[in-house]
Design a protein around this ligand. Structure first.
Ligand code: ADP
Ligand code: MG
Ligand code: MG
Length: 357
């Protein structure tokens, strides 16, 4: 008896394309002896479509044209319909597990996880609370602070405050932290809307840019640091992988350096002292538990170059998930293959669901 998995990709977020790549890899590597995969795409406008064509067309974005618009995806409980996929010929497929291979707002921030809770179907990855806390850089910092996880100095502003009294807001930011300053929309990922300011003019431009994506903005002390990441896996029993290091092809790891520039490199495992490795792994598990994570997360750190101080940067509850992305690569280096990892995540999803009841 095979398990029916609905693999969901695309979505309304700025990370739509990244999701297409993640889903294509998952589809290719999932154990098809064990799982039936049904692919569901969400367009950039937010429309859900059942897709059953060539998996390569997911990655290149042309899937939308050949998606089957006559198939109904029922995820909301009603009296007269079953939850699942309803084909035009009357055939019906129950969904046993949902796999949202989605990044960023609506897919990684608790919204879709809320829908899945309503549908009462197990789903891969973090739940509503951990997803939304993980996606909100400002709230997440406050949670980490409470757990005594070291972070770079930061402050924040809002669209309302900034537009009301620019000069005062700018002065206060400059009093709290010094240049270079990183400016980030509170709710996003993949470096979208993030910039590095070296002076007041950059700061104003950066805030205006970030405000295009969110009305809450985080401002951080920029540091000269190595970037090290750890993969976390589990529900109650949580494991951390070996750390990996990112060598950005640009001044910082922006969208271009992440996905377009071929010369950004991943060093796996990262060449760092064993003592620091242990510390980082412990912090990664602590951060995951602090947000009540389940399933998976990638926890990202800075190691300041001239002090070796460790700072937690962020937690990503649905990190890039192609077979060559950091998250699966770190597990591979720790002894779990990509196909096996997908299997483990689905089993963790089912386990969380049954444990809850
Ligand atoms: P995202 O969630 O979009 O990945 P991050 O907070 O990880 O956002 O920031 C993206 C990148 O910007 C980081 O990978 C790093 O290269 C750089 N960066 C972010 N904050 C800082 C900082 N405080 N000091 C130095 N570099 C930073
Ligand atoms: Mg992120
Ligand atoms: Mg990041």
């Amino acid at each position: 008896n095979k398990i029916n998995v609905a693999l969901i990709f695309g979505g309304k977020s700025g990370e739509h394309e990244v999701s297409l790549s993640s889903a294509t890899s998952i589809y290719k590597f999932i154990d098809k002896e064990k799982y039936n995969v049904f692919t569901i795409g969400i367009t950039k406008e937010g429309n859900w479509l059942y897709y059953e064509g060539d998996v390569e067309n997911i990655k290149n974005g042309t899937w939308e044209k050949t998606a089957n618009k006559n198939v109904n995806i029922n995820l909301i409980p009603t009296i007269n319909k079953n939850i699942g996929i309803e084909f035009e010929n009357g055939k019906f497929e129950k969904i046993d597990v949902l796999f949202p291979a989605l990044h960023g707002p609506y897919g990684e921030d608790g919204s879709i996880q809320g829908l899945f809770e309503i549908s009462n179907i197990p789903y891969v990855g973090c739940g509503v609370l951990s997803s939304s806390v993980g996606m909100d850089k400002l709230i997440c910092k406050k949670v980490f602070e409470q757990e005594n996880l070291p972070q770079v100095k930061y402050t924040y502003t809002t669209k309302w405050d900034f537009n009301k009294n620019k000069d005062k807001v700018l002065e206060e930011i400059e009093k709290e932290i010094s240049y270079p300053i990183f400016i980030k929309p509170a709710n996003l990922g993949s470096s979208v809307g993030i910039s590095k300011a070296k002076n007041r003019e950059d700061l104003i431009n950066g805030i205006n840019e970030a405000l295009k994506y969110d009305k809450r903005i985080v401002l951080e002390q920029g540091i000269d640091a190595r970037e090290v990441e750890v993969s976390v896996l589990g529900n109650e029993e949580v494991y951390a992988s070996v750390p990996g290091e990112i060598i950005p092809a640009k001044e910082f790891y922006d969208y271009e350096a992440k996905y377009l520039n071929e010369s950004s490199k991943l060093l796996i495992p990262a060449k760092i002292d064993n003592k620091i490795i242990d510390e980082i792994k412990n912090m990664a598990v602590k951060a995951f538990k602090a947000i009540d994570g389940s399933g998976l997360s990638r926890v990202d750190f800075f190691i300041e170059k001239n002090t070796d101080n460790i700072y937690i940067n962020e937690i990503n509850t649905m990190p890039g998930f192609t077979n060559i992305s950091m998250y699966p690569k770190l597990w591979e280096a720790t002894g779990i293959s990509y196909s096996n990892l997908i299997d483990k995540l689905i089993q963790l999803a089912i386990k969380r669901y049954t444990d809850k009841c």
